[in-house]
Ligand binder design. Structure first.
Ligand SMILES: [Cu+2]
Length: 295
C-alpha cells in the first residue's frame, strides 16, 4: 500500500534506495526523522496509519503514505483528521513510527484516499487458478499454464516501488525461498514467479534488470507481466488491488500464492507477514499434492 502525492516521488524512491544500498554494506543504526501531518485513515488490523505529511527534513518531500506503528497502542485515541507529530524510524528494510502524538484536528481532504474494494471473486484454496498469458524478462511467452506439473510460488510487485516493506521485501523473501528450493531435492521442480502489475514501465528489459538485482536464478525464478487489461482481473483473483494516479507511485496491497502442479491454489497471503519457511512448507505441500482424480 502506497499513497503518495508529491511532485517528487522518484526522489523518495532514490532516497530509499540510497539508504538501502548504504545500509546493506555497513548495517548502521536506523535513522530517525520527525514528521508533522494529518491522519487520513487508520488500519488497526494492519497496525497502520495513513498520514499526509509535510516535508521530512533531510529525508523526503511532502506526501501521503501508510506507516506501520511499532506499538499498536499508538493508534488508540487517534482518528482520521487528527493532526499529529510522529517519529519515523527507518532501517534497512523497514520503517515504522515510534511515536505518534495528536496535536489537533482538522477537516479531511475531499479526495478519496482508499483503493476501491475489488468486485472480483477471490480464489480460495483448492480452486483452479485461471491461466493468464504472461511475458517474462527475456521477452518470451510464459503462460501460467506452462507451470503445470511444477509447484509454483507467485507474487506481485512493481519495480519502482519505494516502500522497503512491500515489493522490495517480496524480492528478498523470494531470494530466500529460491535458496531453499536449490538446496532441497524434494523441491527440485518448484518454481518462483514474480509478476509486475505495472506493465507500461516494467518492460521485459526492466524486469530483466530487476531479476538480476534480485539475484534470480533463471532455472528457478522468473519475472513476468501482462498488459494492464489482462493483469487487473487476474491479480484481483488474488485480492490484489492497484490504484493508478498521475505519479509513478502505485497504490497497492500484496498477494503471494502457492499453486500446485495441477494449477490449484494451495495458499494465499494478502500481506507481508509470511516468512520463507512458511512458503517452503506450502511448496512442499504443493509438491505432495495428488493429481486430480480421473474417471
Ligand atoms: Cu510496492
Amino acid at each position: 500500500m502506497m499513497i503518495i502525492r508529491s511532485p517528487l516521488p522518484l526522489l523518495l524512491a532514490a532516497v530509499l534506495l540510497t539508504i538501502s544500498a548504504a545500509c546493506s554494506r555497513g548495517g548502521p543504526e536506523p535513522k530517525q526523522y520527525e514528521l508533522e501531518g494529518q491522519i487520513l485513515a487508520i488500519r488497526p488490523e494492519a497496525n497502520e496509519v495513513i498520514v499526509r505529511h509535510k516535508d521530512i527534513k533531510g529525508f523526503m518531500p511532502a506526501m501521503t503514505m501508510p506507516y506501520t506503528v511499532k506499538d499498536p497502542a499508538l493508534l488508540q485515541g487517534k482518528a482520521a483528521g487528527d493532526l499529529i507529530t510522529a517519529t519515523l524510524v527507518v532501517a534497512e528494510t523497514s520503517a515504522h513510527l515510534s511515536t505518534l502524538t495528536k496535536t489537533g484536528h482538522a477537516e479531511l481532504p475531499v479526495a478519496p484516499t482508499e483503493p476501491e474494494v475489488s468486485v472480483f471473486e477471490m480464489l480460495k484454496p483448492g480452486d483452479t487458478v485461471p491461466d493468464v498469458a504472461l511475458v517474462d524478462e527475456t521477452g518470451m511467452a510464459r503462460p501460467l499454464s506452462s507451470y503445470r506439473g511444477q509447484p509454483l510460488a507467485l507474487t506481485f510487485i512493481y519495480t519502482r516501488c519505494p516502500d522497503p516493506e512491500f515489493c522490495p521485501l517480496m524480492n528478498q523473501l523470494f531470494l530466500a525461498v529460491q535458496t531453499a528450493i536449490q538446496q532441497t531435492p524434494a523441491l527440485a521442480k518448484a518454481r518462483l514467479l514474480t509478476v509486475s502489475f505495472d506493465p507500461e514501465y516494467d518492460t521485459p528489459a526492466v524486469l530483466k534488470d530487476q531479476a538480476t538485482r534480485a539475484k534470480a536464478d533463471p532455472a528457478v525464478w522468473h519475472f513476468a507481466t501482462a498488459p494492464t487489461e489482462v493483469m487487473t482481473p487476474f491479480a484481483a483473483k488474488f485480492g490484489l488491488t492497484v490504484t493508478r494516479n498521475d505519479t509513478p507511485i502505485l497504490i497497492h496491497n500484496l498477494a503471494t500464492a502457492v499453486i500446485d502442479g495441477e494449477g490449484r491454489l494451495v495458499s494465499l497471503h494478502g500481506n507481508n507477514k509470511w516468512t520463507p519457511p512458511d512458503l517452503v512448507a506450502e511448496l512442499r505441500q504443493a509438491a505432495a499434492a495428488r493429481p486430480a482424480a480421473t474417471h
